[in-house]
Design a protein around this ligand. Structure first.
Ligand SMILES: Nc1ncnc2c1ncn2[C@@H]1O[C@H](COP(=O)(O)OP(=O)(O)O)[C@@H](O)[C@H]1O
Ligand SMILES: Cc1ncc(COP(=O)(O)OP(=O)(O)O)c(N)n1
Length: 262
């Protein structure tokens, strides 16, 4: 009997289904893995923004993690919205015992500008969470928040990656989604350098791009890809999902996680 690779997301819930846990689980299914979740926070969220957010107690995060890891096991882990210093610290301590690859998406602010991480948590992200990462996937705002490096053009991305690698992840993937022109990301471990370039799709329905990319990387790592292979496959998947993004509600709709099914 075939058992798919198991992938765990540790992230917040997006009630609108475009980002967070919902995006992660859809991506994991689309890429042929069994997705599992440790919920850190609940958001009331839709295409217009985040209307409310509530953290779960650290004890609930630890209990979910134990239930999954002790019985089922994981072949890759992805982290997303961790909200508070206490939750970042809790998750970092749990990840320290995992031998499977870990993808850390250091989620800071939503597309609508709503804070998903307390400013007081930045230091714990730098010192405790990022060192657990096989791959860290900051967007340009998160790079600026975490390292102070401002990226205005592709050439700045090398400096950004070097600054992120200082915090200890094995690989840094600097996402250039917020620049103009082609959608270019830089993956590096400080020695190898891989530039990932895709056409920019002029589609305003891009809610959940970062969650989708990070979950796709985790899914491919669980299948046994190397990091550069996993990131290349994930980039292809997210690019297709952005191209197929659709209108939902009155604001920014989601990327289409099921685009390969249509
Ligand atoms: N309009 C777009 N067209 C094509 N790719 C995009 C577009 N916007 C973002 N991307 C890609 O989506 C991925 C997620 O990047 P980004 O949107 O910057 O992350 P986040 O959601 O964390 O802000 C990256 O691979 C980026 O290059
Ligand atoms: C619950 C939750 N987690 C993460 C995000 C941010 O997701 P991201 O993929 O970066 O997408 P955008 O917010 O940039 O569209 C979120 N919004 N909610």
């Amino acid at each position: 009997m075939y058992t798919p690779p198991r992938v765990l997301t540790v992230a917040g819930s997006d009630s609108g289904g475009g980002a967070g846990i919902q995006a992660d689980l859809k991506t994991m299914l689309a890429l042929g893995t069994h997705g599992m979740s440790v919920l850190t926070a609940v958001t009331a969220q839709n295409s217009l923004g985040v209307q409310g957010a509530w953290d779960l107690p650290a004890e609930a995060v630890r209990a979910q993690f134990r239930s999954v890891v002790d019985d089922i096991g994981v072949q890759a882990v992805k982290t997303g919205m961790l909200s508070s210093p206490e939750l970042v610290e809790t998750v970092a301590a749990l990840l320290a015992e995992v031998t499977a690859p870990v993808v850390v998406d250091p989620v800071g602010v939503s597309k609508h500008g709503d804070a998903l991480l307390a400013a007081t948590a930045l230091d714990v992200v730098r010192t405790k969470l990022l060192p657990t990462a096989t791959v860290a996937t900051p967007n340009l705002d998160e790079v600026a928040q975490l390292t102070g490096v401002q990226v205005h053009e592709e050439a700045d991305m090398r400096r950004a990656a070097a600054a992120v690698l200082e915090f200890g992840p094995r690989w840094a993937l600097i996402k250039g989604g917020h620049l103009s022109g082609d959608a270019v990301d830089l993956l590096t471990d400080g020695e190898q350098e891989h530039w990932l370039r895709a056409p920019r799709h002029d589609n305003r329905h891009t809610h959940g791009t970062g969650c989708t990319l990070a979950s796709a990387i985790a899914a491919r790592l669980a299948h046994g890809d190397t990091v550069p292979e996993a990131v290349a496959a994930a980039k292809e998947y997210v690019t297709g999902a952005i191209e197929a993004g659709f209108r939902l509600g009155e604001g920014i709709g989601p990327v289409d996680h099921g685009w390969r099914l249509r």
